[in-house]
Design a protein around this ligand. Structure first.
Ligand SMILES: Nc1ncnc2c1ncn2[C@@H]1O[C@H](COP(=O)(O)OP(=O)(O)O)[C@@H](O)[C@H]1O
Ligand SMILES: Cc1ncc(COP(=O)(O)OP(=O)(O)O)c(N)n1
Length: 304
């Protein structure tokens, strides 16, 4: 895997250094997302990823989906007041150091989440603008896109669209790297601090390249393309690992490298369950790099 020109493949991961114990000081993260009954995406993927990265996971559920590796068979949104109630219950007692949003489904839920994000002044807000599942099911109503760009993105520290999501957000077609950069600039202009335009839908490529734009320059995070159909939940898992890194006090570039390693391990160590697009392997990272449950106090992250 590469970031710019530096190679880090295969080495033991020093990002998670020396725990003394689990307990006081353990970072807490909150995911505001939908439930995937099949366990590969949504809240389930987020909580598994947090756990694997030694972050205590909490959740606010926005929707229940009936879903498996073959597709989404039903979507049942949760009332916006209930989403607010869940966020308040977590925020007022457990003080999440980082917050991730996934499937938000409606403008009403987005408004509720944005209002609470502003209220609590979250500094590490990762917005994964989930719109359509790989099987084609709509996880965000079309009329909610405007609320996402106008209300939530200006509060986000990072937004992580895939290519089709970036196309839907900007109304641009994205086929080349220079079009990806233009789309990232466009999204950044709405007030989000960092844009990570993911490359999983680029097709016909030797590398999966995720592009970071921070308002002044671009950094590419690249990894070898994994030829697998078990890609269900890649976006959720990637954004959750990024959120976990931020909750642990990492800089954004460190947290992104951690997320890239996490998803690469989850793709290269397949579980091969289900008859459709199976879930990625959330154990993969710790099977590859070891050092499970090593804790670092926040703000003392070791550079990867
Ligand atoms: N086949 C693959 N090989 C390697 N990395 C991949 C592959 N598919 C997706 N990724 C990585 O998984 C993460 C999620 O990307 P993407 O699939 O674009 O998001 P989403 O699941 O939201 O559609 C990114 O880091 C991307 O580069
Ligand atoms: C409940 C729920 N949330 C999000 C998604 C989309 O997840 P993603 O990581 O983009 O993976 P795919 O579904 O596209 O494989 C989801 N399916 N369900």
């Amino acid at each position: 895997m590469q970031r710019s020109s530096g190679t880090v493949a295969g080495e033991r991961d020093r990002s998670l250094s020396q725990p003394d114990s689990l307990g006081p000081g353990i970072p807490v993260a909150l995911t505001i997302a939908g439930s995937d009954s099949g366990g590969g995406a949504g809240i389930q993927a987020d909580l598994k990823t947090f756990q694997e990265l030694a972050v205590f996971g909490t959740s606010a559920l926005t929707a229940v989906t009936a879903q498996n590796t073959k597709g989404v068979h039903g979507v049942h949104p949760i009332p916006a007041e209930s989403v607010t109630g869940q966020i308040d219950a977590v925020a007022e007692d457990l003080f999440p150091a980082a917050v991730k949003t996934g499937m938000l489904f409606s403008a009403e839920i987005i408004e509720a989440v944005a209002e609470r994000a502003a209220h609590y002044g979250w500094q590490n807000l990762v917005v994964d603008p989930v719109m359509i599942a790989k099987g084609g099911a709509r996880l965000l109503q079309t009329e909610a896109i405007q609320a996402l760009t106008a209300r939530l993105l200006p509060l986000a520290s990072v937004v992580t669209p895939n290519i089709p999501e970036a196309e839907a957000l900007t109304g641009r077609t994205i086929a080349t790297m220079s079009e990806r950069k233009e789309a990232a600039r466009h999204i950044h202009s709405w007030g989000v601090r960092h844009v990570v335009l993911k490359g999983g839908h680029a097709g016909n490529t030797a590398q999966a390249i995720d592009l970071l734009y921070d308002g002044s320059g671009f950094t590419e995070f690249a990894a070898p393309w994994v030829d697998t159909r078990h890609t269900h939940g890649t976006g959720c898992t990637f954004a959750a690992a990024l959120t976990a890194g931020l909750a642990r006090g990492m800089r954004l570039d460190e947290a992104l490298l951690l997320a890239k390693r996490f998803i690469q391990s989850a793709l290269t160590d397949p579980l091969e369950i289900g008859s459709g697009h199976g879930p990625t392997n959330h154990w993969g990272y710790n099977r590859t790099y070891g050092d499970l449950y090593r804790i670092i106090p926040s703000k003392e992250a070791v550079i990867l």
